[in-house]
Design a protein around this ligand. Sequence first.
Ligand SMILES: N[C@@H](CCC(=O)N[C@@H](CS)C(=O)NCC(=O)O)C(=O)O
Length: 227
Amino acid sequence: MLKLYFHPSPNPIKVALYLEETNTPYEIVVTDTRKGDQHKPEFRLINPNGKTPALVDGDIQVFDSTAIMLYLGEKIGKFMPPKHPAAHAEFYSWLMFLATGIGPYCGQLVHFKHFAPEKLEYALNRYDFEAWRHWDILEARLAKQPYMLDEYGILDMSVWAWARMIPFFFGTDAWEKLPSVKRLLDEINAKPTAQAVEAIKTQYTFKMEVDEDSRKNLFPSNERLKK
Ligand SMILES: N[C@@H](CCC(=O)N[C@@H](CS)C(=O)NCC(=O)O)C(=O)O
């Protein structure tokens, strides 16, 4: 059975949704990043980058959520675009927009807004601006069409995983500016598959608090600032 190295955060969650949507049996391997599981030598053999998610499929190992989605999409053959170059050009463009834009900019915004020891106006302004710029682009796309491509697929699952966090990024009034993103989020939230993914965090034990030890595990760069 597939093993999904999982923490209930956006990148692992999109992979879990794909597995649920395709009815693929999988086993959750709790990888609690607040407890430092991502730094364990046995996990680094699977993901040298020390982040969740990672996937083990028999003797095959894949790390990085986008690589895993592509691996599963090609293997299982569902929720992928039609097999012709124009459809793939569109698919890859938006896949990379999500992987290299939405993910990193929202991640840094969360860091500087909620976790950095100092509120740095420069960093907050830059990441809030860039995160909004990316979401505005998604909003424009989803205002024109129900899904990121012609049919519901991998890209929408990735949008869902990040859109769940929008109130944490920008506050709840952000939805006024992102009604089409909200429409897609609500549609996917209503699916039993998405609800099964949300339930994972209640079926396994994950550390909830971000204490000194969690900060050490999540932000090892802070250690260099200590004299
Ligand atoms: N590009 C990677 C990013 C993975 C990533 O940042 N994962 C977060 C959870 S969403 C994580 O494991 N954070 C713990 C840490 O940075 O130590 C992917 O898409 O899988």
